[in-house]
Design a protein around this ligand. Structure first.
Ligand code: 13P
Length: 248
């Protein structure tokens, strides 16, 4: 049985004080539920949010990580810094980072390996553009991203990884992939994992869907057999919406 995982990606939203106020409102969402609840907050809020989350069942994640432990990388944040704060997850390869900050499959792979080596669980994002979908290239694109992200990752590390399928055209647009289309791609990703590793690993790995998930569509999405969770942007910023998502 795969444990459902609902993760909020706050993106570049909420100042430090807003983050602290908000986390106080939602920090008990992980209680009395089988759902694993994660919040991925801006770097500067991580430490304070972590302190607020002490003793709760909500997990904490960053939205990025650098692959080196230290060095001349102005503006970057290292795995050692994140580990000391005590984060559980790091989103890696979000399409916004690939699109606006030139992240490539190669840097994604370095970040994945660094995270794993530091005991931080990667949430690896993959997904196609609208153009790629219309040209029937979505599966090829996602396959390449998955294979390259996992290059050199050992079998015994796969249990620490979460994958997130986020079609770029569905992010922040209000357009959701139909739950069947999302399930089809996620099932395809599971087959890729089976090809690279084995059936057991492909059955165990958790794969989320992301892209305009909201209270109105979360149940349908979560009811799909291959979809194990959601990576949520906009609807994770409001208490009522995020509460509904966690209680899908
Ligand atoms: P939205 O839920 O705002 O579409 O964002 C999805 C996303 O990119 C989560 O990482």
């Amino acid at each position: 049985m795969r444990r459902p995982i609902i993760a909020g990606n706050w993106k570049m939203n909420k100042t430090l004080s807003q983050s602290v106020d908000f986390i106080k409102e939602i920090k008990h969402l992980g209680d009395n539920t089988d759902v694993e609840v994660v919040v991925c907050v801006p770097f500067i809020s991580l430490d304070r949010v972590k302190k607020e989350l002490e003793g709760t069942n909500v997990k904490l994640g960053s939205q990025n990580i650098h692959w080196e432990e230290s060095g001349a990388y102005t503006g970057e944040v290292s795995p050692l810094m994140l580990k000391e704060i005590g984060i559980d997850y790091a989103i890696i390869g979000h399409s916004e980072r690939r699109q606006y900050f030139n992240e490539t499959d190669e840097t994604v792979n370095k970040k994945v390996k660094t995270s794993l080596n530091h005991g931080i669980n990667p949430i690896i994002c993959v997904g196609e553009t609208l153009e790629e979908r219309e040209e029937n290239k979505a599966q090829d694109k996602v396959k390449t991203q998955v294979i390259k992200a996992l290059k050199g990752v050992e079998e015994n590390q796969m249990k620490d990884i979460v994958l997130a399928y986020e079609p770029i055209w569905a992010i922040g647009t209000g357009k959701t992939a139909s739950s069947e289309d999302a399930n089809e791609m996620i099932s395809f990703i599971r087959n890729i994992i089976e090809d690279i590793y084995n059936e057991e690993i492909s059955e165990e790995i958790r794969i989320q869907y992301g892209g305009s998930v909201k209270p109105a569509n979360v149940t349908e999405i979560m009811n799909q057999p291959d979809i194990d969770g959601a990576l949520v942007g906009g609807a994770s910023l409001k208490k009522d919406d995020f509460t509904d998502l966690v209680r899908f």
